[in-house]
Design a protein around this ligand. Sequence first.
Ligand code: ADP
Length: 333
Amino acid sequence: MAETVRRIGVLTSGGDAPGMNAAIRAVVRTALSQGAGVVGIERGFHGLIHGEFVELNSRSVADIIHRGGTILKSARSEAFKTPEGRQKAVENLKQAGISAMVVIGGDGSFRGAMALTAMGVPAVGVPATIDNDIACTDVSIGFDTAINTVIDGINKIRDTATSHERIYVVEVMGRESGFIALWAGLAGGAESILIPEIPYDLDAVYQRIVQGQQLGKNHSIIVVAEGVDGPPSGEAESVAMRVGRYIRERGGFEVRVIILGHLQRGGNPTAYDRILASRLGHKAALLALQGIGGKMVGIVHDRIEAFDLQEAIEGHKAIDEEFYTLAQTLSSL
Ligand code: ADP
């Protein structure tokens, strides 16, 4: 095993997610509790190259456990994908006496963590993305908060939808994965859920609305992930707009479209996300302090475990199709 590390760095990278701050706090306080020092790197890998380093103490992470976003800020860095950029980053780390890193982010950030490890700086990944699309973990930090934000929106939409007997098409985040749409759709009682992983039939979506009306439902909610291929349209418009247009044109219903957008990234992390971030951040710091790199920490059956970063990057996290069937069954009567 590698020698004990006396000073670690921590950064947040890629898309931000609620709970990243709770993870930073856990990393910092775990390292301090082990008598090690911690340096925060601002703006992800960009800050690594540009030497944006801040010494962190216990007070630096006070009063952040409940805040969305990330106090370290996040950025994307094309330069870090070049050997010159990475070389500069490693030199900066050496100069600052940092011998291991914790990288909080999505799978892009994990590739950066792999690159650091390959260059002699052991790095551990902490999965944080509202999309929940990282393999080797049941849940990623930020997902629970994001689906609760969506449900909050759906609850409000239901109130007005019932009053006006309308159809609402709600677009949520998820370019390549339907986790947010599926979970929030199930929890929000949506009549139809459209996700990139499962082919859909718009005629069937329409028929479900008609059927619902015959059963006495006075409104319908359709949740659509942004990454779904929409029906063809002459306009450059989002998938929800296209689905809304299709239903409107088939006739018989008043349709409204809502795109929740970046609302889903913000907000105070839920209790679940704070606890998950605290547990994952703690474990990641302990590994980094032992000089163990090339790993990510994940939660599987409520246990925190370490996996190879390679496995996490190459793996694919599939949605649970039973959720989809269940949502359909429960909303079709
Ligand atoms: P996420 O972590 O949310 O998936 P990105 O895919 O944008 O976000 O990745 C975040 C950052 O990670 C990139 O801007 C880049 O600096 C770094 N990164 C991504 N892929 C690589 C790679 N193959 N090699 C080195 N760094 C990478």
